[in-house]
Design a protein around this ligand. Structure first.
Ligand code: 4NP
Length: 169
């Protein structure tokens, strides 16, 4: 994680969270990270957004099930779905994929090798789920699927926050 720059109000770190539909995992990642940064008094050190590789839900609020499970943990998800754009590779410092399929889609969309280097996996930041290598798509799952997503996202966002906070590894 030492290659991540430290986020500060003078040089905010811009992070784009990406999944397939941008209505479940990535807007939840954005909401969890916004909340954690705010609680750490670090909100002004980050610029956070999310997007999806599939544009079919563009303009929609997060899936109602995701909203309910997030709300129960104190997160309100306000993002409206939008597709990933090539310009995102210019406009964000890191682009965080939820699973291997997202990662492949982003690699295909990245205009340059430098742009490809901005792509990381969300689970790379997990510390309490050492075996996890992706955040599973909850769309066709039950309540446990949404709870697992939130468990992984809370772990990863705490790791991302620490990895980009001055004075931490
Ligand atoms: P997400 O979940 O990628 O976490 O937002 C999904 C949302 C919609 C679909 C698939 C996954 N879909 O097929 O429409």
């Amino acid at each position: 994680m030492d290659r991540y720059t430290q986020a500060s109000p003078e040089r905010p770190l811009s992070v784009l969270f990406v999944c397939l539909g941008n209505i479940c995992r990535s807007p939840a990642a954005q909401g969890v990270m916004e909340d954690m940064a705010k609680r750490a008094d670090r909100a002004s050190s980050y610029r956070l957004d999310s997007a999806g590789l599939y544009g079919g839900h563009a303009g929609e609020m997060p899936d109602r099930r995701m909203q309910i499970h997030a709300r129960a943990r104190g997160y309100s998800l306000m993002h409206r779905s939008r597709p990933v754009r090539e310009s995102d590779f210019d406009n964000f410092d890191i682009i965080v994929a939820m699973d291997a399929s997202n990662r492949r889609g982003l690699m295909d969309l990245a205009p340059t090798p430098e742009a490809q280097e901005k792509i990381v996996m969300m689970t790379d930041f997990c510390r309490s789920h050492p075996g996890a290598d992706h955040v599973p798509d909850p769309y066709y799952e039950g309540a446990e699927g949404f709870e697992l997503v939130l468990d992984l996202l809370e772990d990863a966002c705490a790791g991302l926050l620490d990895a980009t906070t001055p004075g931490h590894e």
